[in-house]
Write a protein that binds this ligand. Structure first.
Ligand code: AMP
Length: 398
């Protein structure tokens, strides 16, 4: 295959990140990356950096709508200053039960994935919007969807099946997991020496943990939606369903309709809970660490709950895997919060995990376990865009 520019589009609820890679036979070179951030505000950010980090675009435009935001990206890529992509890869959290494979995007596929918006309600609306706009603004360029749920497709039925009446299971309600492209990128970076028994903790504003055997996902903490699993920045994580029913009944006393009540409950569980809900301060670990230093008890409780939940999941995955060879931390907290890593590892001595405080005193890629630790503990930043480019190249070849 000759070299091709491949555009990667990764949208969040208020941002669109993008990068362009030159992809040839086995070689992948990032040419530039950028983002439009602050969608829905008067003072957004739009920047593009080249491979050396030099800013090529650095603007603060009004970004009233996602249409305005994506038009900025498209106009820049059509301006003649950057290579027009030969193929485009889109990150998508969950395509639903009928779309489990990465594949070429058609209008019918977008409609099908959109029908499962309830399975990733914060992520799917903007992702399908960008896909439709991308087909329109880059006519003739093949677009491919790369799913987070793709990595989790190897989980056995006992893991994916939910303990609910089968009428709901047949509607597609099951465990899908998320952060799959991040997990896939960690396994990719460990090749050719992928340990047999691996646990990866992706700890960012959204957080999840996966048990991986011989490079394949065995189990993951997130469930139907990214709200399940461990407590994260603004999400409850797994919670007694009775708590949701209690809150729903309270909301229903003043809600305008059943839909309004469900929407309000979703905001509580996904945007107001987690570290933010418990601390009543912030969903950002940096703020919480600062507050803990000043003696803030609610911040301490929020972080203690975060650490405790992660330890419980790692313990249960240890049993499921029948032991553990390696634990990897990734994501914004996993890569940068030295204290969280130390606190998590401190409670895992029974599993043979021993952290070395000097080695742990780093940000970014490192091995942080002690020499006599039975389990290797590493920090590895994810390389999600590269994984998307690899899928695009593979699918183009097909
Ligand atoms: P992500 O969603 O992967 O970008 O991770 C975002 C989270 O990483 C933020 O909410 C912070 O809590 C955390 N984070 C980023 N940098 C640091 C840092 N230097 N120290 C502690 N936490 C950090």
């Amino acid at each position: 295959m000759s070299s091709l520019p491949v555009l990667v589009l990764n949208s969040g609820s208020s941002s669109i990140k993008f990068s362009v890679y030159e992809a040839g036979d086995g070689a992948r070179t990032r040419l530039f990356e950028g983002a439009v951030d602050g969608i829905g505000t008067d003072l957004g950010k739009f920047w593009i950096k080249d491979a050396s980090g030099k800013k090529l675009v650095d603007e603060t435009p009004a970004l009233p709508t996602r249409a305005v935001a994506f038009k900025l990206v498209s106009d820049a890529l059509h301006s003649g200053h950057f290579p027009v992509p030969a193929a485009i890869g889109h990150r998508m959290v969950c395509g639903g039960p009928t779309v489990l494979e990465n594949q070429i995007i058609t209008p019918a596929l977008i409609d099908e994935m959109e029908s499962y918006t309830a399975f990733a309600p914060l992520h799917t609306p903007i992702a399908v919007y960008i896909m439709r706009e991308s087909l329109r603004l880059f006519p003739g360029v093949p677009n491919f969807v790369c799913l987070d749920s793709y990595f989790h497709r190897t989980m056995p039925e006992v893991v994916t099946h939910m303990p609910i009446p089968s009428e709901y299971a047949t509607m597609g309600v099951r465990r899908f997991g998320a952060h799959g492209i991040s997990y896939e990128s960690i396994v990719h970076q460990l090749q050719p020496n992928v340990p047999e028994k691996l646990i990866v903790a992706h700890l960012g504003n959204g957080a999840s943990i996966s048990a991986i055997r011989n490079g394949k996902c065995l189990d993951t903490s997130m469930g139907l939606t990214p709200t399940g699993g461990i407590i994260s920045g603004t999400r409850t994580g797994d919670i007694d369903p009775g708590v949701l029913l209690f809150i729903l009944r309270k909301i229903a006393e003043t809600a305008e309709s059943a839909t309004d009540a469900a929407d309000q409950l979703e905001v509580v569980a996904s945007k107001k809970a987690g570290l933010l809900g418990v601390s009543e301060l912030s969903n950002d670990m940096r703020d919480l660490r600062d507050a803990i230093k000043e003696g803030n008890a609610k911040a301490r409780l929020a972080v203690d709950k975060f650490v405790w939940t992660i330890q419980k999941w790692i313990g249960s995955f240890f049993v499921e895997l029948g032991g553990l060879d390696m634990l990897v931390f990734t994501g914004g907290i996993g890569e940068n919060d030295i204290v969280s890593r130390a606190e998590i590892c401190a409670g895992l001595g029974a599993l043979g995990i021993k952290n070395d405080s000097a080695r742990n005193n780093v940000r970014g890629e490192a091995t942080i376990s002690a020499g006599d630790s039975a389990v290797t503990v590493r920090v590895i930043p994810p390389a999600e865009d590269l994984i998307i480019v690899n899928h695009v190249v593979r699918l183009l070849g097909n």
